[in-house]
Design a protein around this ligand. Structure first.
Ligand code: SAH
Ligand code: SF4
Length: 349
């Protein structure tokens, strides 16, 4: 097994070189190349040829290749399908906001959480992404569009807390100066609610925003939609969120996909108010996307409005998420499954 050198810390690269009797200053040179997004050791032109050969023999640099790209004609939202070295593909979406570009990253190939409404989970989990493969998604998008990404959301394919170690290492790399250099205050992590891992994350004392895919106000309904709700109750999940807020001072963001006739009744809204009132949170109502093979439909505009009004009247901070890139079906998990779409632009060109 060759070593994924890009995911190593500087000190770990130094250690590796030391075991080869290579001086420590080479580690810094290698890191600079890696931070610049090189895809091969041959490009590391200031290293001796012998060292480059040794690196080639023992190490590799995980990278992603753009295999498809869809650009929204409406708002420049850009959706990528990236191919990994082993041929698996993952999606990522770049969104333009007033304050800059935000990128939604994948953390796994597929997902094993099996939520009923989600496209990503249909085929289960193929594998975890490496820290370097998460960084590479940002580097590839920045290079492709000639922009800088200023915030990151872990809301693409996969359950980030089910790939905990790699995601934490990725966050550490993200912050490092010289690399993509994005601070934790500009990172959101979305989870279906792995309660034990939420406590672990809390104990890391990071300043990231926690997004919880809640989608239902009670256990009965949530268990029908999300298998993870059989492992932890809504009450246990909300207790973990409260602990997270108490510790970090960060407001929790709850995601609620509005699915017609499933979780969008007035009664659901009132129950949500009772459960969340008094907590430091924001509720993101997402008109559910249809998924091939599932018969779910998004709630109507009037239903969305009525639901939002109940939450707001109950004192909660709730908004309907702006749909970006509606012409390219920009939500994740869809492109990989849906090879036919109108706004297509095939790369590389
Ligand atoms: N696994 C993590 C993050 C990836 S999913 C999580 O579940 O939070 C990203 C977001 O998209 C989650 O809030 C998820 O619930 C939501 N989502 C999944 N399928 C959807 C669909 N068909 N319509 C709307 N939102 C969906
Ligand atoms: Fe996995 Fe999130 Fe999809 Fe659930 S919603 S199957 S946790 S990616």
């Amino acid at each position: 097994m060759s070593i994924d050198i890009k995911s190593l810390r500087d000190s770990e690269i130094t250690e590796l070189l030391k075991s080869w009797n290579v001086p420590a200053f080479r580690a810094k040179q290698i890191r600079n190349w890696l931070d610049n997004g090189v895809a091969s050791f041959d490009e590391m032109s200031n290293l001796p040829a012998a060292l480059r050969e040794q690196l080639k023999e023992h190490c590799r640099i995980p990278s992603v290749k753009i295999v498809r790209r869809l650009v929204s004609a409406i708002d420049e939202t850009t959706k990528y399908l990236f191919e990994l070295e082993d041929g698996h593909t993952v999606e990522s979406v770049l969104m333009k906001y007033k304050h800059g570009w935000s990128q939604c990253l994948s953390t796994q190939v597929g997902c094993r959480m099996g939520c009923s409404f989600c496209a990503t989970g249909i085929d289960g989990l193929a594998r975890n992404l490496l820290p370097a493969e998460m960084i590479a998604q940002i580097e590839a998008a920045q290079k492709d569009r000639g922009i800088r990404v200023s915030s990151v959301v872990l809301m693409g394919m996969g359950e980030p807390l089910d790939n905990y170690e790699n995601v934490l290492r990725f966050l550490e790399m993200l912050e490092t100066e010289g690399g993509v250099h994005i601070g934790m205050r500009h990172v959101s992590l979305s989870t279906c609610g792995l309660v034990d891992r939420i406590y672990d994350l809390m104990n890391e004392d990071l300043q990231i925003t926690l997004s919880i895919s809640l989608h239902a106000p009670n256990n009965e309904l949530r268990r029908k939609m999300m298998p993870v709700a059989r492992r932890w109750t809504v009450e246990e999940l909300l207790a973990a969120c409260k602990a997270y807020t108490d510790r970090t001072g960060r407001r929790i963001s709850y995601e609620y996909a509005m699915i017609d006739g499933v979780n969008d009744s007035d009664a659901c809204a009132h129950e949500l108010v009772r459960k969340l009132k008094g907590t430091l949170c924001h509720i993101n109502l997402i008109p559910a996307n249809s998924v091939a093979g599932k018969d779910q439909k998004r709630s109507s505009k009037t239903r969305l409005k009525a639901f939002t009004d109940i939450l707001t009247a109950g004192g909660l901070n709730a908004t309907v998420r702006r749909t970006l890139g509606s012409d390219i079906n920009a939500s994740c998990g869809q492109l990989r499954r849906n090879q036919e779409t109108g706004a297509e632009q095939i790369l590389p060109g």
